[in-house]
Design a protein around this ligand. Structure first.
Ligand code: ADP
Length: 654
């Protein structure tokens, strides 16, 4: 039992048990109801927990399709309902609670319930937050001012957060779409209507039209053309208009594109499915005569839109001359390799694109047959190409960050740039986050200390405010600098700090050994190999230092979230990490964290020791720096400025 558990007197324990029993009863009832209602739906945490069970599986491969509130985090219906009520009451209140009132309102973890204390509501009653909650950078985040020229923007994408999200792509699409919509643009998101996307998460869902999509295949060496019946459904998700496209499965019995329980990895040919989807997206705008100003396409899955638009649709009239195309690359690792005959799924023979200046994959020159590469074709055919941070854009051009595609990017350098992602500050808002036992703001930071005490208590760590709490919340894959994280665990424990790791991924072997070996009963190290949103929120709120020592990082969200939750990030200076974290010892005015450049254990060690020393020796400096970090604006507003500039520049192209 932890030190805090020992301190509980018998009355206190009895009282808590009663409270817990009551909560469990409510929880059971509501869960039964929800199970009845949703037995056909797939919940975020269920799927994530499945992924947790599968040690070989990476977070990026796990599906996040959810009808649950984002805060759910495995907390069950009662916790969600309670937390939502608490959040609403907190958001509505401007009065500032005293620290002791906040403290006594917390349902403190103890003894046996510590295992999954993050699965239940953290406080007894809704808690008002401090007066700073409405600070300029908090809440909704971006300043809503209409842009001078309203545009019609159609995102064409494989993912959209929160219900059809697998990785950062989904976050970007939703964040950017919401931000640009709030600035007066007409924004639509066109996405496959995956079978696993529950109807219930789409507001005002209705069948808009059915239409024929040109398609085809090669059979016995000959091209065959035919059409597929497609359905277009409309509605909205997160307040953004969506156009959801799927084959009419009943009308084309041999087509199972986008069927199954997951977004990716269904039992159909994924390349063929996305190629058909790209053609369907363009066909939809042509037949409904609603062509937008911009097709904003994402990743290899939607890159064929650029190829087909310019070779098939442009110049056909019906408004289809108007659009210009922007491609955003979120991950250079997946580029969409495709056989020429497979491209026939779009109704167009892939041979049309099999030229070095089009979509031919130059690595296959001389092979039989030569292949196409969709991302390369997207880069060639799009009017503008972006990636998710300026430094990553530079690294892909000059430091091999894009592999063989680096040469293609170099050739089209004049239309290629990086626009830094934002984070959803409505979701990542410590002033109202219902997963936290005590909320806090830049002006009222007391709650953060309570969050630290709460986490230390719950995890069985020594409850000690003076020990720097170092956290790492990450996919555990080589990209994330596994050897550096492992070393940081030892350094922290040996030098008077505490380390909390929350992670999942195939490279978790070393951590598993530490968890079951030397740190099994540690009061300074806790390693949790799983994915859990609610727990990640508690850790961000409790942490003093958040590590992100990635070997490469296109943008990275963790460091920005850490700052909004009052921690100082400690990062390897690469990609988006270099664009967002400035070392406090290199720039005293703009410094917001700690950074290092190398990739050796010694590099992270010296930086970590520097950070921990600062924490211990200069608490008032630390407090001021943490407050400033909470007040930093990482909203989508700034990114939307960058995208708006590019969208308008596109309108002036011939
Ligand atoms: P990537 O998309 O490469 O995984 P990012 O930094 O862009 O990295 O985004 C990671 C997001 O996933 C952050 O919001 C982080 O909090 C979250 N995350 C990563 N691992 C976990 C985990 N084990 N449990 C909960 N959240 C996690």
């Amino acid at each position: 039992m932890s030190a805090a558990g020992l301190k509980n007197d018998a009355d206190n324990i009895r009282q808590r048990l009663l409270l817990l029993r009551e909560q469990n009863e409510i929880l059971k009832k509501q869960l039964d109801e929800i199970r009845g209602l949703q037995n056909a739906q797939v919940g975020t945490e269920e799927i994530r927990e499945e992924a947790d069970d599968d040690e070989e599986e990476e977070h990026v491969d796990s599906v996040s399709i959810s009808s649950a509130a984002p805060v759910a985090g495995g907390g069950g219906a009662a916790a969600v309902a309670e937390a939502e009520a608490a959040a609403a009451a907190r958001a509505a209140s401007h009065s500032s609670p005293s620290l002791s009132a906040q403290e006594s309102n917390i349902i403190w973890p103890f003894g046996a319930d510590r295992v999954d204390f993050w699965k239940r509501a953290p406080c007894k009653t809704p808690m008002p937050v401090g007066p700073g909650w409405a600070s300029s950078a908090g809440g909704a985040g971006w300043q809503i001012k209409p842009d001078p020229v309203p545009l019609q923007i159609a995102h064409i994408t494989a993912e959209m957060a929160p219900h059809a999200k697998v990785g950062g792509l989904g976050d970007v699409v939703t964040g950017l779409a919401k931000a640009t919509r709030s600035r007066g643009h007409n924004v639509q998101v066109v996405m496959p209507f995956y079978e696993c996307l529950p109807d219930s998460v789409v507001t005002d869902l209705r069948l808009d039209t059915t239409f024929d999509v040109p398609s085809g295949r090669f059979w016995d060496g000959r091209a065959e053309s035919f059409t597929r019946k497609y359905q277009a459904w409309r509605g909205s998700i997160e307040g953004v208009e969506v156009i959801l496209l799927r084959p009419d499965w009943a009308a084309s019995s041999n087509c199972n594109h986008f069927k199954g329980e997951r977004i990716y990895g269904g039992s159909y040919n994924e390349v063929e499915a996305y190629l058909t989807f790209c053609r369907a997206g363009l066909e939809y705008f042509a037949v409904t005569n609603q062509a937008p100003d911009v097709f904003h396409i994402h990743e290899w899955q939607c890159a064929a839109v650029a190829l087909l638009y310019w070779e098939v649709y442009h110049g056909r009239g019906g408004g289809m001359d108007r659009p210009r195309v922007m491609l955003t690359i979120h991950n250079m690792g997946n580029t969409g390799e495709v056989r020429q005959d497979e491209f026939m799924a779009t109704g167009v023979d892939g041979a049309v694109f099999a030229e070095i200046d089009k979509a031919l994959d130059e690595r296959t020159i001389g092979h039989n047959p030569e292949r196409l590469n969709l991302l390369k074709g997207g880069i060639v055919y799009s009017n503008v190409v972006t990636t998710v941070s300026p430094t990553y854009a530079e690294e892909t051009l000059t430091q091999g960050g894009a592999g063989w595609l680096g040469n293609v990017l170099k050739k089209y350098e004049s239309k290629y740039c990086g626009v830094l992602n934002g984070i959803d500050q409505e979701s990542w808002d410590a002033t109202v986050d219902p997963a936290l036992p005590a909320n806090f703001s830049a002006q009222n930071m007391g709650g953060k200390a309570l969050c630290k005490k709460y986490l230390q208590t719950g995890l069985g760590l020594e409850v000690n405010p003076d020990k720097p709490l170092v956290a790492c919340i990450s996919r555990l894959v080589p990209q994330k600098g596994i050897h550096l994280i492992e070393h940081a665990v030892h350094v922290t424990a040996q030098h008077g700090g505490q380390f909390v790791l929350l992670g999942a991924g195939h490279a978790d072997g070393g951590f598993r050994s530490m968890m079951n070996g030397e740190y099994r009963d540690s009061q300074d190290v806790k390693i949790m190999l799983m994915y859990n949103d609610a727990l990640s929120r508690l850790i961000f709120a409790a942490a003093d230092i958040v590590l992100v020592p990635s070997m490469f990082e296109p943008c990275g969200l963790t460091q920005m979230i850490a700052m909004k939750y009052g921690a100082l990030p400690l990062v390897r200076s690469t990609g988006g990490l270099a664009d967002t974290v400035v070392d406090v010892d290199h720039d005293q005015t703009h410094g917001n964290g700690f950074s290092f450049a190398g990739s050796h254990q010694g590099d992270i060690e010296s930086t970590l020791l520097r950070a921990m020393k600062r924490y211990k020796e200069d608490p008032s400096w630390w407090r001021t720096r943490a407050q400033a970090n909470v007040d930093t604006d990482w909203s989508w507003g700034k990114s939307a400025d960058g995208y708006y500039e590019l969208y308008t520049a596109l309108q002036n192209l011939d």
